[in-house]
Design a protein around this ligand. Sequence first.
Ligand code: ASP
Length: 316
Amino acid sequence: MAGVAAGAQAQDFPGNRAIHIVVPFAAGGPTDRVGRDLAEALRKPLGDAVIVIDNVPGAGSSIGAARVAHAAPDGYTLLLNHIGMSTLPTLEPKANFSVLNDFEYLGIVNDVPMTLIARPTLPAHNYKELAAWIAANKGKINLGNAGVGSASHLCGLLYQSAMQTEMTPVSYKGTGPAIIDLIGGHIDLMCDQTTNTTPQIEAKKVNAYAVTTAQRLTAPLLKDLPTLQEEGLKDFQVTIWHGLYAPKGTPAPILKKINDALKAALKDPDFVSREQTLGAVIAADARVEPAGHKKFVAGEIAKWSPIIKAAGVYAD
Ligand code: ASP
């Protein structure tokens, strides 16, 4: 009987009930941006579903992720999270959920480069001048982030480690609010996804110095920024990715419906062009399948753990 009920439930999914996608960062930031654009692109393939974004920020995404890990496994509560899923197991080992055991994996959405940006009043016109300014201001520099385990935190700790300079971390519930303080000159520096920084770079509201990828970017507004590797930070490379998750135990037919809808969304021309304008690259490989997504995250956990431990002194 239970099997029949689950089958009928899956057939009707989502019906008239709203699907909630938890974004574990504040509204107005890059994860929120991807979440809202994805919700729009998922609506049609899920039969004109109502999809609501719930911002559940705090603790570098672990509060929102825990909320979904412990939610009813019925397909109506999902999580959109980024690379934090692979850094939290090392940075927040006490988080009350297991990244690999408490979720169903629904597919990777995109890969997003980061930019190193600063307050508009920082007196450096290019990366070399920034490096000289950092050397001259040791002990006085504030570095914004979205909490321990966030993408900006990871990038910031790698940058401090590469520069051998300890900066004062200033944590926010997301880089949406953090970039407002950077624009206002209340903090000095931040690493953040191009999906958040590109409009502010275009409006000249922040100074942009470099990209965190191995290759320069092709997006028109970002193509002139050097890579940190070009500027002498050997091996510096961080790319953020986003994935979609459901609580462990969500019925397989519902997972399939959501994964099929995700794959359709990733081909939605409006979604694709919006992502490209902001420097993001839509996933188009084995990671769009649940098994490929999970394998990728397990690999990322293994990859980042020793790097984070090596940069440990900067990880608070
Ligand atoms: N970009 C943020 C981070 O550093 C998260 C966000 O606000 O979306 O992880």
